[in-house]
Structure formats: structure tokens, C-alpha cells
Design a protein around this ligand. Structure first.
Ligand code: HGY
Ligand code: MN
Ligand code: MN
Length: 458
């Protein structure tokens, strides 16, 4: 793992001479132009402290529902309390820190993201967004600014695809999109999602209580997980839309057998069918992407063979396919084509297709134009460059956009690397993105609510 020479201490004291001219400019700006400087050193220290709560053997890993995840939550709760936030876990398992506003009728502004990671993931995916919200809450408190709206900083539960096969568990719960069927999905140890939810403080039997109608604006800061900002030397990305994501589980059942004693013509090898389908997924996705109608990608990210022994013909093979597009109709067509293709490869390999089920299905979602306008104005006031950008990654904001005006601010990450230990974002970029959201929250709070029209799925 490539470690950087950077240490939070050297950053905390202000622009270090080692920083390139542009970075120093950003740093100076986020400390002066709003007169509400975001303390980048403190923000960075939070991110690094949370990064230390990881599976040491596979940095950086803090899987949702795990003990490490709960350790991270405990640390976050302590930091929320230090910032003067009243904390609770809602029935969807979200950690919520809240400061009341001056006008009880004004509703709530939320800033949130997620603290769970993929296996051997990075230090910034999700965590930067939660830390940014926490820093904004601290700055407001230190400056004795009481917003009209209540302010909530949220760590959404299990944004990454969990061991139960479902992602965005907390934001689905808050937006009414966590289904009874999904709550019955289980992990490899046989624990059901509803049981895991209870373990982290949620309550599936009272899930409806997590639903919200009081949110007037939802913001999420996130690393881009791409190279547009870094490539263009652009300070922040203002997200236009978040792709729809469909995840499909397929299971092939053949016959386990002796790898040495079973002639080729008498085999029912489930992994042969799965292997053929993996390549078909790639070919189909390239066909859809090649249409030029919109963004389309598909990945077979999970491939399991049982019993997974070198001298046993695989009797069972399980795949999970992740397909994404900004066009709903393309995801629907892709699923239909995959249904047919998977039956075809099963027949050709003389195995059964034992399961073909949609694990999750998130609609493409547009970010709120009113909030995007405020974000643009804030970036301009801070003298930061910005660009409109679509998100190929899924985010909790996609579910929040179903129940409130939602908007995202992207910051650059080195070489677009993410979901790996090499994931990196510069402290100045995180600080700048945080300052844009701070400025926007203040403007929104002063400017009154935007009228909310649910983001129509594409
Ligand atoms: O998979 C995603 O797009 C996100 O990182 N969870
Ligand atoms: Mn992620
Ligand atoms: Mn994320």
C-alpha cells in the first residue's frame, strides 16, 4: 500500500510551503472568504482517526454490522456529542446527530454519508462526507450560529453492499424503500438482515418510524471515484444525477463430482455456466454502452463456487451482477436479456438455473436544481472552480432524493482510485468541498425553503 508522506499535523498549522500554489489559494480561501473557516486540520484528523478503526490485516475494512463498524460508530457518537449534537439511532439503523433550529416549523437540513467500507476499501469513501458534516456542525456552534432549520449530521447504515446482499440499508429505510423481502435476506452465517438491524440499534418492526417528511435539504460530500476533477484540475463537482443500480443474484446448480474420475461428457459443472455468463455480462454491457444513449456499466462482482475444492467439479455457482445506468429502460432491458442468457448458458452446460432474483433496484435520481444553484453560487463566492458531473457510483443521496431536495458535492480523488487502500483525497480538497456545503447551508437557511418536487426518475 502506497503511504503518503503527508501528516495531519503539518497541515493543521496552515498552508505549508510544500503545497502547490493552487492548493495554498484554496486553503487561504476556505479560512477567510466565508469568515467561517472550516478547520481542515481537525477535519483531516477525524478522517484519519476513523481510518485507524479497521481490520489491520486488510486496511481499510470496516464492514457494516461488524464489531469494527460498531467501534467506529461509538467513536463517531463521541465526536457528535463533543460537537454538541444530540444523537440517536433511528429504526433504520442510521446514526443521527441533531442540533435544533430557531424555527420549529422550518424543518431539517441534513448532511450525511456513510462510515462503512467495502472489504480492503479506502479511507475517504463515505467517511469524508460524515466528517464534513461533523465539521460544519462544529463551526456553526463555535461561531454561535443557530440556523432557522434543525441540522442533522447522519451516518447512514450500510451504504456499501452488505453481507446480506443489500446496500444503502439506512437510506432505503428512511425513504421507505427497504422491503420486507430484503429484511429476510441472510448472510453466510444465516443471520437475517432484520436481526442484524436490531443488533446495531434499529428495529424492523418499527421501520416506518424512520420515514421522514421534515427534510428540506439533503447534502452529501463524496470523493468522485473517477478522474474528471483531478484530470481537469477542478475543485468541486456538482452532481447532476446518480445512476440507477440493479443487482441480480443468479445461482446455477449442477452436480458435484470427482475431478479425476468423471469423464468430460458426463459432467454438470455449474462453474462452466457461470464463467460463460460472466463474459456475456461484459459483452451485453459493452453493447448497451455502445448505443451512445447514456451511461451503462455492468460487473460480475461476486462469483462463488461450491464446494470450491480443486479436485471437485463445482456443483453450485453463485453470481451477483451489478448493472448501472442513468436510463431506467436500459436497466429493465438488460435484466430481460440477462434472464434469457442465463437460461441459455445453463442449458448448454447441462445444469439448472436454480435462482434469478433481483437483490436491489435503485432508480436513477436527479439532484435538486435549486440546491445545485446554491452550491454553484457558494463555490463561486469561494473562488473555487466547479463542473456539473453525473455519478456512476451509487450514494445514499439517491434515496434521499426520493423524499427531499438532495444534492452532492464531489471532490477529487487521486487517479480516481476508490474501493482500495490507495484511495486518496487531498486535505485541501476535502476542506474546500466542506466549505462549499457550509456556505450553501447558510444560504439555504437564510433564503427559505425550495419548493420540493420529487426527483422524477429518468
Ligand atoms: O457501489 C457504489 O457505487 C458505492 O460505492 N456504494
Ligand atoms: Mn463505495
Ligand atoms: Mn460511498
Amino acid at each position: 500500500m502506497r503511504e503518503r508522506r503527508f501528516s495531519p499535523a503539518s497541515y493543521g498549522g496552515g498552508p505549508s510551503s510544500a503545497l502547490p500554489e493552487r492548493k495554498q489559494t484554496i486553503l487561504k480561501m476556505t479560512r477567510t472568504s466565508t469568515n467561517l473557516g472550516v478547520d481542515g486540520g481537525r477535519l483531516w484528523a477525524d478522517i484519519m482517526a476513523l481510518a485507524n478503526i479497521t481490520d489491520a490485516a486488510a486496511p481499510y475494512t470496516r464492514r457494516s454490522f461488524s464489531k469494527l463498524f460498531l467501534d467506529g460508530r461509538q467513536w463517531l457518537t463521541h465526536r457528535f456529542h463533543e460537537a454538541g449534537l444530540a444523537t440517536r439511532i433511528d429504526t433504520a439503523g442510521n446514526l443521527i446527530g441533531r442540533i435544533e433550529g430557531s424555527d420549529p416549523q422550518a424543518g431539517t437540513i441534513i448532511i450525511g454519508s456513510h462510515s462503512d467500507t467495502v472489504p480492503s476499501g479506502g479511507r475517504f469513501d463515505g467517511i469524508a462526507g460524515v466528517a464534513a458534516g461533523l465539521e460544519i456542525a462544529r463551526v456553526l456552534r463555535e461561531r454561535n450560529i443557530v440556523l432557522r432549520h434543525a441540522l442533522e449530521i447522519i451516518d447512514f447504515l450500510a451504504e456499501e453492499p452488505s453481507e446480506y446482499g443489500v446496500s444503502c440499508v439506512g437510506s432505503r429505510g428512511m425513504s421507505g424503500k427497504l422491503t420486507a423481502a430484503q429484511l429476510q435476506f441472510s448472510n453466510q452465517q444465516g443471520e437475517r438482515l432484520e436481526q442484524a438491524l436490531a443488533r446495531v440499534g434499529g428495529d424492523a418492526s418499527r421501520l416506518a418510524q424512520a420515514r421522514r417528511t421534515d427534510i428540506r435539504a439533503a447534502f452529501e460530500l463524496h470523493i468522485e471515484q473517477g478522474t474528471v476533477l483531478e484530470g481537469g484540475g477542478i475543485d468541486v463537482g456538482l452532481v447532476t444525477a446518480i445512476v440507477g443500480i440493479t443487482r441480480i443474484e443468479i445461482v446455477f446448480e449442477g452436480a458435484a463430482g470427482h475431478a479425476g474420475a468423471t469423464p468430460m461428457h458426463r459432467r454438470h459443472d455449474a462453474l462452466v455456466a457461470a464463467a460463460r455468463l460472466v463474459d456475456r455480462v461484459r459483452i451485453l454491457a459493452e453493447e448497451f454502452a455502445g448505443r451512445g444513449k447514456g451511461y451503462f456499466v455492468a460487473t460480475t462482482g461476486v462469483l462463488e463456487a461450491k464446494p470450491n475444492a480443486s479436485n471437485v467439479i463445482p456443483g453450485t455457482a453463485r453470481l451477483v451482477i451489478d448493472a448501472r445506468s442513468e436510463l431506467r429502460e436500459d436497466l429493465v432491458e438488460f435484466r430481460e436479456r440477462l434472464d434469457k442468457e442465463s437460461l441459455g448458458v445453463a442449458q448448454a452446460a447441462s445444469v439448472e438455473r436454480a435462482a434469478f432474483q433481483t437483490l436491489s433496484d435503485a432508480l436513477p435520481s436527479a439532484c435538486d436544481e435549486g440546491l445545485r444553484h446554491l452550491l454553484k453560487a457558494a463555490a463561486a463566492r469561494l473562488g473555487l472552480s466547479f463542473v456539473d458531473i453525473a455519478s456512476g457510483a451509487g450514494h445514499d443521496a439517491a434515496f434521499l432524493s426520493q423524499i427531499a431536495p438532495a444534492a452532492m458535492v464531489f471532490i477529487a480523488c487521486k487517479e480516481g482510485a476508490s474501493h482500495c487502500p490507495e484511495e486518496w483525497s487531498e486535505p485541501e480538497e476535502i476542506t474546500a468541498g466542506t466549505a462549499v456545503i457550509l456556505e450553501t447551508v447558510l444560504a439555504f437557511d437564510r433564503g427559505g425553503d425550495q419548493s420540493f418536487v420529487p426527483a422524477a426518475p429518468h
